[in-house]
Design a protein around this ligand. Structure first.
Ligand SMILES: [Zn+2]
Length: 417
């Protein structure tokens, strides 16, 4: 079992120890693992993620000498495994000097202790217990056992948590037996039977059992910023960031909002109203544009029909449009076929991916779906549809006009037989 130096000092960033064993990389874990008699490296557990850093021979000096610790895990028996990029500089029995990434540790301490404060605030204010905690690279989340949270409740919890931080309340570590812990009003008691419990006490605010790393006074958390609320199976998931992360996140949020405000030529707080207005205007413009396209398609259909001579009682309209999209030619085909009872429209759009639309007036004897399949087979595309309306698409626009002309000929042949 590795002695855990961080239990008594979360701010111990450097330490001396001895290599007990080096476990070579295996299929299950490609990286070699270094086992020490004592360590300040924190292994992933209880929602707090691992430390990184360096383990170097005690007599070595200089930056980057030794083995880089890329992950830290723990075995069930309490042994801590320091997974290293390369174990070659180390050997069994060697005296070493360990150095953990202090900025990463401090960030973890801030997020983790911030979670204690936040979870206690939700208990105090709304009797909503925390059921799980996750620390991500950018933000952290807690899952609260409650049906819903209003933004007012989130605001109240954020305010209380930050008041506790501003008061810089002492955070103390105590060791008690599970029996002693029973009557102490702990927020959370671990279910795993241990001879001794490590308690983290935030003066007159929170008492809980925890094996993580914590600040000495709540002021070191810096601040807590609550963000997204999501409904999850267990209750409500709340995203938060503490300390320097909160500043970085708020800076990024501000930059995005400032850019949006500049685009709207409006003050920051007016951005939502401006976006609502832009969306409403876009809706109105879209409706007007749809109406105009409908009218345009009607006029164009009438012109195409007028320009196409009647042959054996029918008009076969063909057209390839380089400046109209699929939606428009579909509308046009339908206007052609539905406006008059003797029209077959064979239309294509070459603006964007080439699209084909075939339509016939109800009662005509052809099958647009079959004709479309024949057309796309010749053009190297895909398509199909029903008797009166069919769609298709091809990768290239080359050859579309001759194929439409060919189909028109076929329809003429059909009529002559
Ligand atoms: Zn903790």
């Amino acid at each position: 079992m590795t002695a855990r130096l961080y239990y008594d000092d979360s701010f111990l960033y450097e330490f001396d120890a001895q290599v007990m064993e080096i476990v070579p990389g295996s299929q299950a874990e490609a990286r070699p693992a270094v086992i020490l008699d004592r360590t300040a490296f924190y292994p992933t557990s209880g929602g707090q993620v691992f430390d990184t850093g360096w383990i170097a021979p005690a007599d070595a000096s200089g930056e980057g000498v030794g083995s880089e610790v890329v992950e830290v895990t723990e075995r069930e028996d309490g042994t801590i495994l320091h997974l290293v990029r390369d174990a070659a500089p180390l050997s069994r029995g060697m005296r070493i000097h360990g150095k953990i990434d202090a900025l990463r540790r401090l960030d973890h301490i801030q997020q983790h202790t911030g979670q204690h404060v936040l979870s206690a605030a939700f208990i105090r204010l709304f009797n909503a217990p925390t059921v799980s905690f996750h620390m991500g690279n950018e933000s952290c989340t807690i899952d609260l056992d409650t049906k819903a949270l209003t933004s007012d409740q989130v605001g109240a919890a954020e305010r209380l948590a930050n008041e506790i931080i501003l008061e810089n309340r002492p955070v103390e570590i105590r060791y008690v037996s599970p029996e002693e812990a029973q009557g102490m009003g702990l927020r959370k008691i671990p279910t795993v039977g241990r001879p001794e419990l490590r308690l983290i006490a935030i003066q007159d605010f929170d008492l809980t059992a925890c094996g993580g790393t914590h600040v000495r006074g709540t002021g070191q958390i810096g601040c807590i910023l609550l963000r997204k609320i999501d409904k999850v199976r267990q209750g409500v998931r709340l995203e938060f960031v503490c300390g320097q992360r909160a500043v970085v996140t708020a800076r990024r949020d501000y930059s995005a909002l400032a850019e949006a405000a500049a685009l709207c030529s409006a003050p920051l707080w007016d951005v939502p109203q401006q976006i609502r207005k832009v969306r409403e205007d876009a809706k109105i413009t879209h409706r007007a544009s749809e109406q105009l396209l409908d009218e345009l398609a009607g006029h164009l259909a009438a012109r195409l029909i007028a320009q196409t001579p009647i042959d054996m009682g029918r008009r076969v309209v063909i057209g390839v449009f380089a400046d109209r999209d699929l939606l428009f030619i579909r509308l046009l085909a339908q206007k052609c076929a539905r406006g008059t009872d003797n029209v077959i429209a064979l239309l294509a759009s070459t603006c964007g991916p080439t699209a084909l639309v075939f339509a016939q007036s109800p009662g005509q004897p052809f099958d647009m779906g079959v004709l479309m399949k024949e057309a796309v087979a010749k053009l190297g595309g895909r398509g199909g549809g029903g008797r009166d309306l069919a769609h298709g698409g091809t990768a290239e626009s080359k050859g579309v006009e001759p194929v439409l002309a060919e189909i028109k000929e076929k329809l003429l042949d059909y009529r002559s037989t």
